[in-house]
Design a protein around this ligand. Structure first.
Ligand SMILES: *Cc1c(COP(=O)(O)O)cnc(C)c1O
Length: 380
């Protein structure tokens, strides 16, 4: 028997090693990785510059408590502040922890407790972030939940205007709902959020855990919409596989998180920070992001072209290299069929096949992925 908790329905692949976009299993079979963890390995497996940075840090020190200064934290925080709307950074170990920090900060800073989140959202699995997540299947069996969240329809401006009031501390959202089915926010909806937030003095928290760090072709997905969030949260792509989370907030919120207000033993660990430092320098270069946009157009055009006569395909959507193919039927049998063919992809919602390849994927690898996907989907 396995001694691992059966919390995951694992697919039939046992990993031996991985480099770039290629994963090799224990039998020597190779896979093209268009999942990248779950949108984690934005620079691919064992990117040489990231590896070098982490090795160098391994030879300096592995851990110090946050009772002392670690210059690498200052370096990465300064870069995140420079590249985002935020000024202050709190480092955690995961996405859920970054969101926990954001929720605590929003409540303390506003003195209010009501936080609006959206149907099909995903914000994590801890008690607060599970409650924030607008999906019954994730909350089932764990009640009573933290009473702070009220849920409303995503992309429904009218519903939001009805539910938001002066008692609302924050609106928390993903710019493109990832786990929920690769569902992009509409510009008009984001404009309503801006307006409503201003009217009722509500903080805007954007969960960029999946969409941030170049995934959508911009540094952060809110840039597509001209939105200025008060708080953003990061994790997945930030450490390129090393565990890290971050909450980035505007200067006015800094005072609310004084000494003793929040903390984490492992948060901001120097190995993950060394990786993040390299990730930021590489991905936040204009040329790199422009290429992500170009690859995105190439990938989506190829998929649309080769799937246009398939009546079971309902939609192909996303931004950058976060792409969803909505199928009439459940996605998971296709994910399994593609695994057999040597391609790693993800599902989202129930019937969306989700692609989150490393941003470093090459054009001929995109061709290969498109060929495998369209062959499998057009066969059924
Ligand atoms: C993955 C994800 C999280 C949770 O991150 P963990 O590191 O698993 O805690 C939260 N929000 C979004 C949008 C995510 O995609």
């Amino acid at each position: 028997m396995t001694h691992l908790f059966p919390t995951y329905a694992r697919l039939d692949l046992s990993v031996k090693e991985a480099t770039g976009v290629t994963v090799t299993d224990i039998d020597g079979k190779q896979y093209l990785d268009c999942a990248a963890g779950i949108g984690v390995l934005n620079l691919g497996h064992r990117h040489p510059n990231v590896q070098k940075a982490v090795e160098s840090q391994l030879n300096q020190y592995w851990h110090m408590s946050n009772l002392y200064h670690m210059p690498i934290q200052e370096t990465v925080a300064t870069k995140l502040a420079h590249h985002s709307v935020g000024d202050y950074v709190f480092f955690a170990n995961s996405g859920a922890e970054a969101n926990e920090a954001a929720i605590k900060l929003a409540r303390k800073a506003t003195g209010k407790s009501k936080i609006i989140t959206f149907d099909q959202s995903f914000h994590g699995r801890t008690f607060a972030t599970m409650a924030a997540t607008g999906q019954e299947k994730i909350q089932k069996g764990f009640g009573p939940l933290l009473e702070t969240f009220v849920y409303t329809n995503y992309n429904d401006s009218e519903a939001l205007e009805t539910i938001a009031d002066d008692q609302t501390a924050a609106i928390m959202l993903e710019m493109i709902q990832g786990e929920g089915g690769v569902i992009p926010a509409e510009q008009a909806f984001i404009d309503t959020i801006k307006h409503v937030a201003q009217k009722h003095n509500i903080l805007i928290i954007v969960d960029e855990i999946q969409t941030g760090i170049g995934r959508t072709g911009k540094r952060f997905a809110y840039e597509h919409y001209g939105l200025q969030p008060d708080i953003i949260t990061l994790a997945k792509g930030l450490g390129n596989g090393l565990p890290i989370g971050a909450m980035v907030a505007k200067q006015a919120l800094g005072e609310e998180f004084g000494p003793g207000s929040h903390g984490s033993t492992f948060g901001g660990n120097p190995l993950s920070l060394a990786a993040a430092n390299e990730v930021i320098d590489t991905i936040f270069a204009d040329d790199f992001l422009k290429e992500v946009e170009e690859k995105s157009t190439y990938l989506c055009n190829a998929l649309k072209h080769k799937l246009e006569h398939n009546p079971a395909i309902k939609d192909i959507r996303g931004a950058g290299l976060m792409v969803g193919i909505e199928h009439e039927e459940a996605a998971s049998p296709f994910v399994q069929a593609l695994l057999k063919e040597g391609l790693l992809v993800l599902s989202a919602g129930t019937n969306v096949i989700r692609l989150l390849p490393p941003l470093t994927i090459q054009y001929k690898e995109i061709d290969k992925a498109v060929e495998l996907i369209t062959t499998v989907l057009n066969k059924s």
